[in-house]
Structure formats: C-alpha cells, structure tokens
Design a protein around this ligand. Structure first.
Ligand code: GRF
Length: 208
C-alpha cells in the first residue's frame, strides 16, 4: 500500500469469541514485523472474552458486537460496517469467532476475510465443527494427520478457498485435549504467515 509515496501498513480487524491466543500471536507478529500489518481493531460478540482483554492490554480499540442489541438485523449490519469503515479496516481475520459474518461485510471484503480452523478442510469442517468437536471427529476418523487450515471466508461455514494447511501428526493415545494443544501451537505459527502472504498479494484468488 502506498500513501503519499510512503508505504503504509494494512489495517486488520480480528474477530474473537474466546481466549484469543491466535489474536495474541497476530499482535506479536505485527509488533515483530513478521506480519506487515497493524491490528487496528478487535471485535467480539462476547464482552467477557479474554481476547477483548488481550486487545485492551495491547492498546487496540475494541468493539463488542451483539446483533440482538439492534432493532433490526439491517441496523446491526450497518453498525458493524460503520465501525470497520471508521477504523479504515483493509482485512479481517477471524480467530475463534463463533458467529457468521453479515453478507454486506462479506461482499465489501471479498477475498479479504480469513479464518483459521483447527483441522483439515473440508473433511473436518462445517456447522457444529468447533472446539473439541473437531478434535473428537479427527480422532474418531482414525486419520494419521490433523493440523490447522487457513481459508477465505464466504457465506458458508468453513467453505472458502483454502490458503494453507500445516500438518500436525496424530499420536497414539492422543485425547482431544492433547491434540488440540499441539494444533493450537501450529496455528500460532501459521496464521500470521498466511495473513502476511495474503496482504502481500501472494495468493491468486478468483474474483467474481
Ligand atoms: C482455534 O483453535 C481456532 O482454530 C478456532 O478457534 C480456536 C480459537 O482459539 N477457530 P483462540 O481463541 O485463538 O485461543
């Protein structure tokens, strides 16, 4: 990005619903320069999500987005679009955000919204595939490898183009918890790398 002849960093909004350990990894990567973007806004549908606290500690603006607070779904969508516009957000990274992104925002940010999922896609994705459900499904399937997948977000859960997958071996005796912990470590390495590549225009994505 070029502003007045100077390179300006892209602005990213991260959406969280829980612990926000991936948010933290993105904040750290932005600070170290491994991610050539600023985390400018954190949005959560839960005021008490630890991710909101992490954002506040890092001095990042936060916005609690509760759809039911608005008289109509349209007004909720407008409020979300407005806060993204006010912060001049270029990209959106979902990091454990357990809600759908409204259609107007999906359209405005086509191919600029990413999500990290803790297992291979499409095999272990879709509605209901979150938290320990995902790792339980991987273990029940008896596959030898799991690991995080970063994909473009569209209107269907876990459906958009896959940008990257990092294999994590399933070890004999793994429980959903032990597997989740190893996958989460891999997520923290993978997410910033992929987001950085996307922002640098290194993926060739279809435009409708
Ligand atoms: C991660 O496992 C991610 O893959 C999934 O939600 C979890 C979020 O963890 N989408 P955290 O809040 O980043 O710690």
């Amino acid at each position: 990005m070029c502003e007045n002849g100077k390179e300006s960093r892209a602005k990213v909004a991260v959406f969280v619903s829980g612990s926000g350990s991936n948010l933290q990894a993105l904040i750290d990567a932005s600070a170290s320069g491994a991610l050539s973007a600023d985390i400018s806004l954190v949005i959560s549908n839960r005021r008490k999500a630890f991710g909101v606290e992490r954002a506040a500690t890092a001095g990042i603006d936060t916005f609690v987005f509760k759809r039911k607070k608005y008289p109509t779904p349209e007004e909720a969508d407008l409020a979300l679009a407005r806060v993204l516009r006010e912060h001049e957000i270029d990209y959106i990274a979902l990091a454990g955000y357990l809600s759908l992104i409204p259609l107007p925002v999906l359209k405005r940010y086509q191919n600029k919204i990413v999500n990290i999922h803790p297992a291979p896609l499409p095999q272990f994705g879709g509605k209901g595939m979150y938290g320990s459900n995902v790792h339980e499904a991987v273990l029940s399937a008896g596959v030898e490898s799991s690991g995080p997948t970063v994909h473009i977000v569209d209107e269907i859960y876990d459906n958009g183009a896959v940008l990257a997958h990092q294999p994590v071996e399933v070890i004999s005796g793994d429980t959903p918890e032990s597997l989740a912990a190893r996958v989460l470590k891999a997520e923290h390495q993978l997410y910033a790398k992929v987001l950085d590549k996307l922002i640098r225009g290194e993926y060739h994505l279809n435009h409708e």
